[in-house]
Design a protein around this ligand. Structure first.
Ligand code: ZN
Length: 366
């Protein structure tokens, strides 16, 4: 029986939550949470797996209130002080992080964080050091595959060949995830040219985010440099998430290192302050390897974050910090089962390592 069973979600977590068991756990240490932004009002989710990384504003508010009542929500700078041995973390510390730097981080998520008086560490890509309005290449490709006509296709560009049969949504999702790995093997220029070839093949015009309604723009658009500065001046901390969000384990090592180190250099020049934290794109066990983990340290970061495992605990390797990946499908009880470390302990008892925690293809770790 899978440990992530409906029985746990529907019966065990709510019962334990109601009884206050999660609050009373003796687990100490740090729990780091990964968000991916807030669904803008008026945006209709296209695909539950694809949009499931973003949560509703009211769900975020409830989660933050629960954390404030039973845990210590710390500022990102507390983690930096802890890393530099200038301070101790409080008991039951929780750090909020948010990946990718979608526009809704500023327009929809920040107001909730401010109302609840908490701060968050936002990991953004090189796209947010420029003024052009862009979107993530793998989201762009997902939308292209979803809207493409059924049947066989073959796209070849810049040495990348992707072919397959487009049928059910599930089939398209699987093909997309394989393509994310394949397209991560080339640099961002070749990836852009490939997407251009895909547009021609599927007879789709270039997506102009300014022309689509503002809810879609806030869902898919990435923060521009000006908007990033607004987020920083609101008191939020900014960390690096590579230049172009590739799956780092797939890139040649020298290019992976440029993606990591150059993202720090560019962000520091825009923000005019040190950037000390890094999050591995996708962040699942397939997207990193020991070589990639070593690069984050070599590039001068003080801490680097994965996107699996997590929950209160004291096993905190500084360049492989585990995080709880928060998704739209989580009830408040399930959320707390993860934050409190209960879920991770259950996995250990069941003999399943953190490597497989919560991982589903193409969903777990953007
Ligand atoms: Zn990401």
């Amino acid at each position: 029986m899978s440990i992530v069973s409906p029985f746990l979600k529907k019966v065990v977590y709510p019962a334990l939550s109601m009884a206050g068991v999660f609050h009373r756990t003796s687990a100490q240490g740090l729990a780091v949470l990964t968000y991916h932004g807030v669904l803008p009002e008026g945006y209709e989710p296209i695909d539950p797996a694809f949009d499931g990384n973003l949560i509703r504003a009211d769900a975020l508010r409830l989660q933050l209130r629960l954390l404030k009542a039973h845990y210590n929500v710390i500022a990102p700078e507390d983690v930096l002080a802890w890393r530099k041995r200038r301070g101790e973390l409080p008991p039951r510390a929780v750090l909020l992080t948010c990946d990718d730097g979608l526009l809704n981080c500023l327009t929809d998520m920040l107001p909730v964080l401010q109302q609840e008086k908490v701060s968050c560490l936002f990991f953004v890509t090189g796209a947010s050091t420029e003024e052009a309005l862009t979107m993530l290449w793998y989201e762009d490709f997902f939308l292209l595959l979803l809207g493409a006509p059924a049947g066989h296709f073959e796209i070849s560009s810049e040495g990348v060949l992707i072919q397959g049969n487009l049928g059910s949504r599930q089939q398209r999702r699987a093909l997309w995830w394989d393509s994310v790995k394949r397209l991560s093997q080339v640099d961002s220029r070749k990836r852009k040219l490939f997407l251009h070839a895909a547009r021609i093949q599927f007879e789709r015009a270039e997506r102009d985010l300014r022309e689509v309604n503002s809810a879609s723009c806030r869902r898919f658009g990435l923060l521009t440099r000006t908007e990033l500065l607004q987020l920083a001046s609101a008191g939020m901390t900014v960390g690096a998430h590579t230049l172009s969000h590739p799956m780092l384990s797939q890139l040649p090592p020298e290019e992976a290192y440029i993606e990591i180190s150059e993202s720090r250099v560019r962000l520091e020049s825009v923000l005019d302050q040190p950037v000390w934290a890094f999050a591995y794109p996708f962040g699942d066990s397939q997207s990193v390897n020991p070589q990639v983990l070593a690069m984050a340290e070599k590039a001068g970061f003080q801490a680097a974050f994965l996107n699996f495992g997590g929950g209160l605990g004291t096993d905190l390797p500084p360049y492989a910090l585990p995080r709880v990946h928060v998704t739209a499908g989580m009830s408040l009880a399930e959320f707390e089962a993860h934050v409190s470390g209960y879920y991770a302990r259950l996995q250990r008892v069941a003999g399943r390592g953190a490597q497989s925690v919560g991982m589903t293809q193409g969903q777990a770790s953007q």
